[in-house]
Design a protein around this ligand. Sequence first.
Ligand code: HEC
Ligand code: HEC
Length: 310
Amino acid sequence: MDKPMSMKTLRWLSWSLALPVATLLATAAIMSIPPNTQGIDIVAGQELFTTHCASCHFVKVGFPAHLGPNLHDIGKSGATRQPNQSAAEYILESIVEPAAFMAPSGRPGMPPDVAAQLDPEDIRKIVGFLASRGAFPDFDEIIKLEIPDRRTEPTEPTLIRFQDMKLAEQVLRDKGSCLKCHSLYSVPEGKSFAPGLFGVGLNDAKAIYESLINPDHEIKPQYQSVKVMLESGELVSGQLISQSDAELVICTRDDQNQLVLREIALAEIEKEDGLPQIRQSKISLMPTGFDKTLTREEIDALINLIRQLN
Ligand code: HEC
Ligand code: HEC
């Protein structure tokens, strides 16, 4: 037979329930207090996120990664990405300097110019919104973040400033050695092995940036590279400068990585069915990875100058 619950059991039960119930009530009370966001409008931040970022990022738990990682708890996980960086700082860096760090997903694709359409104060709102995904952010910190202005007016040419002009020139001549290969203006066919940079219709900032980081992606037909196997067993690849009945001239790199012109007699080249084998190569002569060797300011100045003079 069931015994009625003794007084002792009842008292024990009510005590053991007191703490969880109290915690629950306290949490509910705290959560109903609107957080002080230091005036940062995180609702507007969410709307800006929807317009500028949601085509690639979900912010809801349980959704898969889309083109970019799901950011539902970035306010918490963002703080673990890099030592000495808070979640808010990491989020800001992801927006204004996307190339600085690759998310653990390891999939590139965060556009380098998302900040170009955003007012720095709008970026602050987005940071406020994202930092509160999965955490209660420190709005005192977010209000103090220094946010660079990366806006550009794609339709109206922005006038290049003198110091940017100097920066761009230094890259063209020295740091990027661009002018070792490129001419400033387009020169008659056959005289150069890289296209001219000014007055040639290069006015799409995105395409110029793409050429700088991944030149093999799209190579103009007249700058296509070739490779030939010599009878001696040596493989020579580079850009075909000229070809006659007797020889080829190829622009290639020597063992010091310097560009040199090499004349190769057709007789030296391995033959198939009696014909010298000249194969297309998918590698551009243009070096890769300028995003690693040049600073953001240098790249911006360079792109700005090229666009203005096209
Ligand atoms: C075209 C797609 C695309 C758009 C648009 C885009 N992103 Fe991303 N984003 C990515 C990809 C891909 C990554 C992962 C690669 C990386 O870290 O650079 C990423 C990474 C991030 C990260 C780091 C995530 C992590 O888990 O560490 C943050 C934060 C972020 N994006 C925020 C934004 C914000 C804010 C916007 C809008 C202003 C935005 N993204 C717009 C594709 C996009
Ligand atoms: C070793 C030679 C070399 C160097 C150095 C070099 N380039 Fe190039 N670049 C080329 C060649 C060859 C092409 C054409 C083939 C291609 O599109 O990849 C090219 C293509 C380009 C294009 C695309 C042009 C178009 O009409 O589509 C741009 C923009 C460009 N380079 C800019 C630069 C800048 C800026 C620098 C310096 C930071 C630089 N290049 C350094 C050889 C070079």
